[in-house]
Design a protein around this ligand. Structure first.
Ligand code: ATP
Ligand code: MG
Length: 358
């Protein structure tokens, strides 16, 4: 596989350990691209909470227009002690997700050989599923408000927004993904308690299921589903949920896999009309930033998802299998995995583990 026009990649390391793990992932990308004859064209941006402290904005005014010229975005993490979370959320992440219609949030979960899951029964190779979260509508809306403030009747109201178009496109993505995987989909619902939006969601699940007859599907109430994630994580293939349910399930699932340091995510615009964004699940980790000991695997795996999204399936698989063999071998590990290796050493080891091309 080779490409003549290089993909344009925006690198946004962000804050804290984002600045350590993104360069590490870049080295792995360079190595795999060289082997496969691929070319990536990078532009790096210093948009971050640190920039916010310095200049009063996370990003410049034309940031989204500049990102629009790229094929994909690789983000480290944004967050800085003293800068409230809503600044990084509303100053960078949400504008990017909305402008580029990144309506799919994808979080693969795998228990790797050589890594301990906190679940006794979760064995490597058996737990391997993907949480598909609706990323732009649902429960996270700005519609609502407060009345009778400061009185005993004080009341807060928050509206959820579920549109036929928005739910249909996330379900079609999830059913399509299940069809390319093991053909099983589970929908997270709560239509016994939430009586308007969730029955609508369920109705659309049945409708889209009919359009994807090769996929076996079921649905579970979110409370029972959370329990099953813990009790029988090996039974899932693709799990689809609304913005809120998907958010909760993806953090739960990342914990099952054993370490936040290896968990990847993608914010996808599946049609490819706009750039998609790839980022590790973890944050800027100010407690370990600057020491060179952050685990780069979450970002390296996110970079593999980026290659996959750009159509370079084999190059992506090169990275994930190198990661798996490094974890199984277990000699080079960062402190979060019980070792003493640095970020750079672990990344170099992944590069060394890239299998020779046959
Ligand atoms: P933010 O506000 O940016 O989300 P946070 O402190 O809320 O930051 P994380 O940055 O995800 O959340 O950190 C949670 C814990 O996990 C911290 O103790 C951190 O050191 C650890 N951690 C997170 N990512 C990594 C990593 N890649 N390697 C090692 N430890 C990590
Ligand atoms: Mg956080």
């Amino acid at each position: 596989m080779s490409s003549s026009t290089p993909h344009r990649i925006a690198l946004v390391p962000g804050d804290g350990i984002g600045r350590e793990v993104v360069p590490a992932a870049r080295r792995v990308l360079d190595a795999v691209c060289e082997r496969r004859g691929l070319a990536l064209d990078y532009a790096e941006y210093d948009w971050s909470c640190e920039r916010y402290e310095r200049e009063g904005a996370m990003m410049p005014d034309d940031a989204l227009d500049r990102l629009a010229e790229h094929d994909a975005i690789l983000l480290g993490a944004v967050g800085y002690p003293g800068v409230p979370d809503h600044v990084s959320l509303w100053g960078l992440l949400i504008p990017i997700r909305r402008r580029f219609q990144q309506y799919v949030n994808l979080r693969p979960i795998k228990v790797f050989e050589g890594l301990d899951s906190p679940l006794r029964g979760a064995r490597a190779g058996e737990v391997d599923f993907v949480v598909v979260r609706e990323n732009v509508e649902g429960e996270y809306s700005e519609i609502g408000g407060r009345i009778y403030q400061g009185t005993p009747q004080e009341t807060a109201v928050q509206e959820s927004v579920f549109t036929r178009a928005g739910v249909t496109r996330i379900l079609d993505y999830a059913f399509g993904l299940a069809g390319r995987r093991r053909g099983r989909l589970t929908s997270a619902t709560k239509s016994n308690g939430i009586v308007h939006t969730m029955p609508f969601w369920d109705e659309l699940v049945r409708e889209r299921a009919a359009a994807h007859p090769a996929v076996t599907w079921d649905q579970e109430h979110i409370d029972a589903l959370a329990a099953k994630f813990v009790l029988r994580p090996e039974r899932f293939d693709v799990v689809v949920g609304s913005n809120l349910f998907g958010d909760i399930l993806s953090d739960l699932a990342a914990a099952i896999a054993g370490s936040i340091g290896i968990a990847p995510s993608a914010n996808l615009n599946p049609e490819g009309r706009f750039p998609s964004m790839f980022e590790p699940v973890h944050g800027s980790a100010p407690d370990i930033a600057g020491r060179g000991i952050a685990n780069p695997l979450g970002t390296i795996w996110s970079a593999a998802m980026m290659l996959d999204h750009l159509g370079h399936t084999e190059a992506a698989a090169d990275i994930t299998s190198a990661m798996a063999s490094v974890l199984a071998e277990g000699t080079v590990r960062t402190p979060d995995l019980g070792g003493a290796a640095t970020t750079g050493e672990l990344a170099e080891h992944v590069i060394t583990a890239l299998r020779p091309l046959s």
